[in-house]
Structures are given as C-alpha cells and as structure tokens.
Design a protein around this ligand. Structure first.
Ligand code: F6P
Length: 476
C-alpha cells in the first residue's frame, strides 16, 4: 500500500535562482538536509510530495521562473520580509540556537526581539502549512529553524501526524538552562507537538529527554513523553548519504580527469579537508595540529601537502566573517614558516568545489582530516569513505562528531589536542595499505547499509507507527 502524501518543511528549499546578464538560471542548494530529502524514494507515496520552505528569491522571480524547477515535488516557497528573516536566520537561529546546541555558549548572542522574530517566522510558516495540508498528510519538519512548528501545527490541526528531525546536536540540559526559561519552555513544548522527534545519536536523544524532565517537569518512559492524551516518541536515526552516488563516481570521466590532475600536481602525500566556514568545524585547531606535526616530524616536510577547502557560509554574521580572516592568517603563518622555494605546505581555497572536484579530492588524497569541535553528524566523513572504491586512504576523525559513532575504524582524535591530532595524522600517513583497506571496508559496509534512503524510510516507518495520535488510554 502506498504511503499518505508527504509534506516536507525545511528552512531552505532545494533550489534558488541566479540572474546574470539578464538571464535567470536555477541554482541548486547544497547541504546535507537538501541532499537527503532529494534522495527519498518518492515511489512509495500515493501523491506528489510537497516541499515547503523559505524563499531566498522574490515572488516575482517565482511567478516568472517557476517553470525551471523540477517537478518531483510540489514546491511552496514562503516569502518572509527581509528584516524578519534576518533576525530569524542570522539572529536567533544562528546566533543563539546554533552556537548553544554546538556547545559554544560564549558565542550565544541573545536578543529578545530576535527571539520574537523567530516565533513570528514560525507562525507565518505555520499559516502557510495549514493552508496546504490535506487530511492524512504525513508532515516532516526539519531542523533547528523550526523547533516550534510541530506544536504550532498541532494547535491548529490536533489530529495531524507530525515528525520532526533535528540535524544538529541536542545539547545537555546544562546548556539548555542558559536560555531564558520562557524561551526554553517554548522550544521544548514546540518539539512535543510532534508524534516523533528524531536525532542523529542516542546522546542527543537522551539530552532532549533530560531537558523535558528538568525544564518541564514532565516524566519520560522508555524514550516516550506523555503529553496530555498523546504519547510523543523519540528515536535515533543517524543520517546517511547516497552511498552509490559517491562510490560509483570513482570511474566517472570528469572525476578521473580531475584526480589525475591532482595526483600530478601533488606527487607526495596529500591531506585533504573540506568544511563550510564555521567555528564549529575546528579549522584553526586543525592548522595548529598541522604546525605541531611539521615541528615534531621535520622528516615529513616537503613530503606532504594539506589541501584545505573552506566553503563560504553565513558570511553576514560577524563570528563567521572574522573566522575567514583568522584562517587566512593561520595559513599565512604556517606557509611563511615552513615553505621552501619549491614547496608550500598548505594549499588553501575559499570557494565551493564542483562534484567532480570534490570526488577527485576525496579519492586522490592519502588522508582526510575531519576534525570539527562539535558536529551533529558530519557527512563529509561518510562521503570520503564512500568515495574510496580503491579501498585506500585513511580517515582522521574528531571524536566529537555524530559520525564517530558509526566510523570506529577511523583514527579518532580529540580536535582540541594538537599533539593528539598530529599523532593521528602521522599514523594515518604511515598506515600500511592492507590496514587502510581493512578499516575502509568495515566503514563502507556500515554506511552502504544505512544510507540516506534507509534513514528516510526508517523515520517515515516509525512515524507511521507512532502512537501519539491515539489518545493515551483509548481502547481500554
Ligand atoms: O547541519 C545543519 C544545516 O542546517 C544543514 O542542513 C545545512 O546544510 C547546513 O546546516 C548549512 O546551513 P545554512 O542553510 O545556514 O547554509
């Protein structure tokens, strides 16, 4: 039997528009969430799914160019005025929730008006969602931008079936306590409007349940929360990637060509990392670790190159724009200190990579160095592993990522300790090919099995079975 209609709600839509020389073209959005939702198996739904999100284009552009957009979903863009969106996105979402949920409590910049804007945007989105909803729709709300939305929808549609998935960590109660009490109560109650609340790891799930107990005084049993006559389920769904896409790209002609160029340009050992520009990613600490490594092991000088790719992100927020300067200073410091007339230790690029360039970098490098200070999951680590059809390469991975739970064969390091990371790097560079293959194959099997399709279908299955819509005690 086919599933009910699916309604996806996320802050970003999977596309935007770009106008150059008076010609408008479609610009696909990047990011884990968009890729995940795009990879859903849509054939299991009776009707075309709907995707609701905030537009980063005007109503006029939409009316004129909506024909450019694919028709796998019915897209519903929501047009929010610039000032409210700024307070919602740069403000409360990315200057309160993002740093707090990633344990950067001193970066939290709380302003009551921005919290109000966050509430207002969620209410506006709710209004539009309610207009679009049909009976029996399966609603799936995504990420920290829309924490209040499940409850707002529930108030208007008490029988709705609502799932919510958080794509970032859920922090321990000690962090949640830092929020003003009205704010944290509002957020926690927001999530409790859902029938199912999903997280990447069991830690995040436990933290949520603990906050519900401590902040709301509501008891939780076996991962369930009783809310009036409803039972809210929680669950752990570690997001995966489109494994086949990354694995099969190894032999794509553009990837092969880019890889050959990289291997010719860097005949020594190649270390690679790619991250969005974000303080959570630990790029500065990674550079410190590289410096420590070159100091400790001078025999490796001129034998390695670190290809450091940083992708522009959220650059209207000062914490992000200042980070760019700090990274550039650190790269300059290391290159200035160790470069010879014919060798540069760090090759730095501040721009996105095309898919073939990314895949070529993953598959050409000897070591992927992925060392965030905190990361809900980290799909780069999984993409790197999937890309290694040759079963070569070593992964140095921060133990503070969600992905570390599934990638135990990586060299797990604490990103704050430059000596530990430097040792991890040395071990990775010296790892014999048989050991690389043994570790790689074990990781590949795991992430090939729990890929993004399985993640989504698992979540939807649990949501369909969730008991919340049934009043507690009914049928007795
Ligand atoms: O990890 C959370 C997330 O919202 C992802 O879904 C997204 O790819 C990433 O952060 C970047 O976010 P933004 O939409 O702010 O560019």
């Amino acid at each position: 039997m086919k599933n009910n209609r699916l309604v996806i709600i996320s802050h970003r839509l999977p596309f935007s528009f770009k106008t150059e020389n008076r010609e408008t073209t479609l610009k696909p959005s990047a990011g884990g969430l968009v890729t995940a939702v795009k990879s859903l198996d849509l054939s299991s739904f009776a009707e075309k799914p709907v995707w609701i999100g905030c537009a980063d284009f005007t109503q006029r552009t939409w009316d004129k160019h909506r024909g450019l957009v694919d028709d796998s979903f019915e897209y519903v863009p929501i047009f929010i005025d610039k000032q409210s969106h700024k307070s919602f996105y740069n403000g409360f979402s990315n200057s309160v929730l993002w740093p707090l949920f990633h344990y950067f409590s001193t970066y939290v910049d709380y302003h009551h008006e921005e919290f109000k804007a966050y509430q207002l945007v969620n209410e506006t989105v709710c209004d539009r969602v309610v207009e679009v909803l049909k009976p029996n729709d399966l609603i799936w709300v995504h990420d920290y931008h829309f924490i209040p939305l499940p409850q707002l929808i529930r108030q208007r549609q008490p029988d709705a079936r609502i799932g919510y998935f958080l794509h970032i960590p859920f922090p321990s109660y000690e962090l949640m306590r830092l929020l003003p009490s009205a704010c944290r109560t509002y957020l926690l109650n927001g999530l409790l409007g859902a029938d199912l609340v999903g997280f990447h790891t069991s830690d995040y799930c436990l933290h949520f349940l603990q906050s519900v107990q401590m902040a709301l005084g509501q008891p939780t049993t076996f991962g369930r929360v009783a809310c009036g006559n409803r039972l809210v389920e929680t669950g752990v769904f570690p997001i995966g990637i489109n494994y086949a896409l990354y694995n099969e790209a190894y032999h794509q002609p553009e990837v092969v060509q880019e890889r050959e160029q990289l291997l010719t340009s860097y005949p020594g050992k190649l270390i690679f990392s790619v991250d969005r520009l974000d303080y959570t990613k630990g790029v500065l600490q990674r550079l410190d670790a590289l410096e420590a490594f070159l100091n400790l092991y001078p025999q490796w000088r001129e034998q390695i190159v670190f290809l450091l790719v940083v992708i522009p992100s959220r650059d209207e927020i000062q914490r992000y724009s200042e980070r760019k300067q700090m990274i550039e200073q650190a790269v300059g410091r290391i290159n200035g200190k160790f470069a010879t007339l014919t060798w540069l230790p760090v090759v730095y690029r501040y721009a996105p990579l095309s898919f073939p360039q990314l895949l070529a970098s993953y598959s050409a490098c000897d070591v992927a160095m992925i060392t965030p200070l905190r990361d809900g999951m980290n799909l780069v680590a999984k993409e790197f592993v999937a890309s290694r059809q040759d079963q070569r390469g070593a992964l140095v991975l921060s133990e503070l990522t969600g992905a570390a739970n599934e990638l135990g064969e990586a060299l797990l390091v604490n990103p704050l300790d430059e000596y530990e990371v430097a040792e991890g790097l040395k071990q990775a560079l010296e790892m014999p090919p048989e050991e690389q293959a043994r570790r790689m194959v074990a990781m590949q099997q795991r992430i090939a099995f729990y890929d993004v399709k399985k993640w989504a279908s698992d979540f939807i299955q649990v949501l369909l079975n969730a008991q919340s819509a049934t009043p507690v005690g009914a049928g007795k």
